[in-house]
Design a protein around this ligand. Structure first.
Ligand code: DX5
Ligand code: ZN
Length: 217
């Protein structure tokens, strides 16, 4: 299972996004947290910034949409240049139709689950997805403590992926750091989002390498 490290620009300097993207050269994807102040109590950025960043950055964009009505908005993020678009299960009116639309437009389709949302009701949807994101904090802010109580859900999800013989990636997001990444990897995650544990460090590229080394252990 190949390990991927996706730095979250939520912890970067928003006035210098192109430079901050370059600062994590060697990362697999840039994780872009889109928040609308409705689905989560925070507001970040939207389609125009994603469009500019996708042209400026050499790393592909992994857009995590923490927004209401992703059925309406997610396709626009594909058109803006995102290589992967994640919508929340709790917000999507028609997740199968939306995943198919994202794929048809040429991006990887991904669905996220908040901590209190179980994976089991979505078992039959997994073949429609390229990635499943398990939140390991309540979405909305960077720098929160990792929720250990999510480890069994990561494990159960990995078992479902294996049972169905699927290729989909299993991403974790929230509180991922050198102290927690090994537990996530051991439970079956293979794509790791890290904000403060990368951009909070003096050398973000070295932080990416250190996280990768721990996850590959
Ligand atoms: C939180 C966001 C995360 C956030 C993670 O709602 O989805 O991507 O940037 O930040 P850290 O790694 O600091 O917990
Ligand atoms: Zn995120």
């Amino acid at each position: 299972m190949a390990v991927q490290i996706n730095p979250s620009i939520l912890s970067a300097d928003f006035a210098r996004l192109a430079d901050e993207a370059e600062a994590v050269r060697g990362a697999d994807w840039l994780h872009v947290d889109v928040m609308d102040n409705h689905f989560v109590p925070n507001l970040t950025l939207g389609v125009p910034i994603v469009e500019s960043l996708s042209k400026a950055a050499s790393t592909p964009l992994d857009c995590h949409l923490m927004i209401e009505d992703p059925d309406r908005w997610a396709p626009q993020y594909v058109e803006a240049g995102a290589g992967s678009v994640t919508f929340h299960a709790e917000a999507a009116a028609a997740p199968v139709r939306l995943a198919r639309e994202i794929r048809a437009k040429g991006a990887r389709a991904s669905m996220a689950l908040k901590p209190a949302t179980p994976i089991e009701p979505y078992e039959d949807l997994l073949p429609e997805l390229d990635m499943l994101l398990i939140m390991t904090v309540e979405p909305g802010f960077g720098g929160q403590a990792f929720l250990d109580i999510m480890l069994p859900k990561i494990r159960r999800t990995r078992e479902l992926i294996s049972k169905h013989g699927l290729e989909l990636w299993l991403q974790v997001d929230g509180g991922v750091a050198e102290s927690t990444i090994e537990r996530c990897a051991e439970a079956g995650a293979d794509v790791f989002v890290a904000g403060s544990a990368v951009y909070g460090k003096d050398d973000p590229a070295a932080a990416v390498r250190a996280l990768r080394a721990r996850a590959e252990d």
